[in-house]
Design a protein around this ligand. Sequence first.
Ligand code: C5P
Length: 317
Amino acid sequence: MTRQKSEDKHRRVTERAFAKINLFLEVTAKREDGFHELSTVMHTVSLCDDIAVTEQGEGALRAVSFYSNAHFLPRDERNLAVRAATLFAERTGYRRPVRIDMKKCIPIAAGLAGGSSDAAAVLRAMNRLAGMPLSYGELCALASELGSDVPFCIAGGTALCTGRGEVMTPIEGARNLRLFTVLAIGDREKVSTPAAFSALDAHYADFCGSVPFRAERGQASLCRAIAGGNARGLASCLYNSFERVILPMCPQASALKDRMLELGALGAMMSGSGPSVFGIFDSYEHAEHAAAALGEGAYLACSASPTYMRYERKDRL
Ligand code: C5P
């Protein structure tokens, strides 16, 4: 058999890794294990990385090889996508070497969960290649070992996430939510996630004193707006605890947020620990116009449907 023909037999599956934004993010406490308790509503949008995982022949040099248009990404275990494939193989006994090909479009270290979403997409792909040995719940448990927001990225859509971010509660009516958003990355100086949490610790004196929380009240209004598909109501509930410590360090992100509002956004907010900012618009046309006005570095993105359909037979969400 020629080399080409034997390669044709290698199975290949593709998955989309969607970016997420935080419609609501409140940090409510610092835990003994160093993590923080969160109350956040995450929402996936159509900006995505494309991932293909291909089984390799037994003679492959590496158990997991990695290729991407983003040449700066590490190709070894420092890369969360590679770690995801290794972890899946370890836990399920899946023995075939694999090759991951990633077309990277989501900006990295921007608060859009690009790395987490890639890792989740690799887990979904590996599960399909292996014949679906893991249920949705088991896949989420594995995902939580890779990072706090990786479980959400397994299915995506819209969910209330608590604990360190890994405990998901579906929101009624969320399937029908359709938002038109513009994402923009202001400041290229990166604020790592641990550094952003440390800044919040410093601001709130390690969460020992009284902190003016708004989780329950704010979230309840947001969930009502989501259930009603009310983008305007939803936009008035946007909240992110990190803004008060990160925006002063990121003047461009701050300016972008103001600009989105000038361009007619119903609401605008920083996503995750920043420095990305998103605006919500009342129509595709308005969002398109705003993205064009903001120019290079702005992305038009709509709500992305959840990717959990494949798991519904085994585990209901
Ligand atoms: O879970 P993940 O690997 O994404 O977290 C990266 C870092 O962010 C953690 O090591 C921790 O410093 C911080 N973090 C936190 N509380 C959370 C999530 C993350 O303090 N809920």
